[in-house]
Design a protein around this ligand. Sequence first.
Ligand SMILES: [Zn+2]
Length: 193
Amino acid sequence: MSQIYEEVLKANEIYVSTFGDKAQLAMPPSRHFAILTCMDARLDPAKFAGLKEGDAHVIRNAGGRASDDAIRSLVISYKLLGTREWFIIHHTDCGMETFSDSIMEELLEKSLQTAVLEGGQWKDVGKTKGSSEGKYIRWLTIKNQPLSVIEDVLRVRNHPLVPPEIPIYGFIYDVKSGKLIEVEEASKVGKAK
Ligand SMILES: [Zn+2]
């Protein structure tokens, strides 16, 4: 087995040994809120937003975008599990700012292997064959962080399955300081009615 595989199972053993009363946690988030944010490895919502197990829903994807699937999770979060406030958090230096749909399609068409970023340009160095299926996915890339936050808050706000009484806050997390910076325009359009 790989070293990572061993490390994960070892860490889990330690976690289990101190699991304690977390066994009694209820399924609905006790602090009744949800966060939608990027999968970026530098972001740890439990730490930057002060969460412990059982507190909140955290939905993550590339960019923290309000994709159909993210909205599916948010609707379940409210409708079945009672969250009452939502945060949409993008961040500085996001990988989603480094490419466009057409760049991604071209890279995948050359090979499926990991590409490299050289001087701000993606280059495919893979040796195996690629696929043209990349064109069927909307990659939801980002050109401007504040605008993408506003766009996503609006998309959730205007979704027919999202009730008007849920406030949706828009933020950008600064990877250089750990600070959450509110995108005021986004929180304004996300206000509960
Ligand atoms: Zn990101």
